[in-house]
Design a protein around this ligand. Structure first.
Ligand SMILES: [Fe+2]
Length: 162
């Protein structure tokens, strides 16, 4: 998928990906690196297919790959990561060839990244899809740090949901 590879290999993406890997070394709680990003993408695409949402695969994977890219800035500078990620994603998406994502798709992706942390009324389809897939991707039922994790019980995945 050329769109996704162009995101992954963008110099800014690589820089923040490395910063995040350093920042999460030894972290006992959830990490936000490639395995998580792809879990989110795949879960989101399954939901997209199951519910016939009709969101383009490249849009789903792009949003998933970018949604936590600013997490290092949250750890190091205290900037909420949805805000940092949307900002970094905006620069990266603007650098891609114009036919990779339409202007509307870029805006949709940025909105979904910005809104992915909190469920609320009026979410766009992609925003809600990213939120749900992000939460579903976590295997709290198999996590040693679950008792110390500050996620509410309702958010935690305490059993396998299919
Ligand atoms: Fe995430």
């Amino acid at each position: 998928m050329k769109e996704i590879e162009a995101i992954r290999k963008h110099p800014l993406y690589m820089e923040y990906d490395e910063r995040l890997r350093d920042a999460e070394k030894g972290r006992k709680f959830c990490c936000h690196q490639m395995d998580h990003l792809l879990d989110v993408a795949r879960i989101a695409y399954i939901i997209d297919l199951e519910h016939d949402l009709g969101i383009r695969k490249e849009v789903i994977y792009g949003a998933a790959l970018l949604h936590d890219i600013g997490k290092a800035r949250q750890y190091q500078e205290g900037i909420p990561h949805e805000q940092a990620s949307a900002e970094i994603a905006g620069t990266i998406l603007d650098d891609l060839p114009e036919d990779y994502y339409s202007r509307e798709e870029r805006q949709e992706i940025l909105r979904a990244i910005f809104g992915h942390r909190r469920e609320r009324d009026g979410m766009s389809r992609l925003e809600r899809l990213l939120y749900v897939s992000d939460k579903r991707s976590r295997m709290c039922f198999a996590c040693d740090s679950e008792p110390e994790c500050d996620w509410s019980r309702e958010k935690k995945n305490l059993e396998i949901e299919i």
